[in-house]
Design a protein around this ligand. Structure first.
Ligand SMILES: CC(C)(COP(=O)(O)OP(=O)(O)OC[C@H]1O[C@@H](n2cnc3c(N)ncnc32)[C@H](O)[C@@H]1OP(=O)(O)O)[C@@H](O)C(=O)NCCC(=O)NCCS
Length: 172
């Protein structure tokens, strides 16, 4: 019997539940490896950016709310977006699962679904993830989702350079 959790990915949209999820994701614990909590203004910007991504064609990327396949409250976020990396157009992915739902394989399920979505809708052949080198859980998710570790890199995020791993997953 397959005991892995299954999730649904809901494209980012207007609505209080999406705004609340961003706030829940903004705790000190959730942002420990991401430069710390954002201000209300930065969160509002983030919401607008995620909405804008949903308004573009699917190949440009997408942010999602993650909910359990059998329903229930939102457990986190996952998404992918375009970026240039080492002079090549690629996609980047990122994720977050609320602390009370962690350790159940939900991030792995969400990232696995995201890869399937990016394969279907994306046009770029390469997906990268850049978790901080100390972010053990996120690096484990990359490994378990079949990403290949290309090496360590310096990655600029929210105006600061972070020591990160460069993980790659082919989409073609
Ligand atoms: C990273 C994150 C999404 C993982 O969510 P999750 O639902 O708990 O992930 P999963 O249950 O699918 O897998 C977690 C894996 O990390 C491992 N792990 C968790 N904490 C760990 C630690 N401190 N040291 C080593 N491994 C750890 C688990 O054992 C598991 O691996 P396994 O299945 O091989 O045993 C969650 O911790 C999170 O949201 N963190 C804050 C936001 C963040 O850092 N996002 C990533 C930005 S790149």
């Amino acid at each position: 019997m397959d005991t892995k959790p299954a999730v649904q990915l809901i494209p980012w949209a207007e609505g209080e539940d999406f705004v609340l999820l961003l706030r829940q994701n903004n705790s000190p614990a959730m942002t420990r490896f991401l430069g710390g909590p954002e201000t209300d203004e930065q969160l509002a910007d983030r919401h607008r950016r995620y909405l804008a991504l949903s308004a573009r064609e699917p190949a440009a990327g997408r942010m999602f709310m993650v909910i359990p396949a059998d329903g229930g409250e939102p457990v986190g976020t996952v998404g992918f977006w375009e970026r240039d990396w080492q002079d090549e157009p690629v996609y980047e992915t990122g994720w977050g699962i609320r602390p009370e739902f962690q350790g159940r394989g939900l991030a792995l399920a969400a990232v696995t679904s995201l890869i399937a979505h990016a394969r279907t809708h994306g046009t770029r052949p390469h997906l990268h993830a850049f978790p901080g080198i100390d972010n053990a859980a996120s690096n484990a998710v990359c490994r378990n989702a079949g990403f290949e570790l290309l090496g360590e890199t310096t990655f600029e995020y929210r105006g600061t350079n972070h020591r990160s791993n460069d993980w790659h997953h082919p989409l073609r």
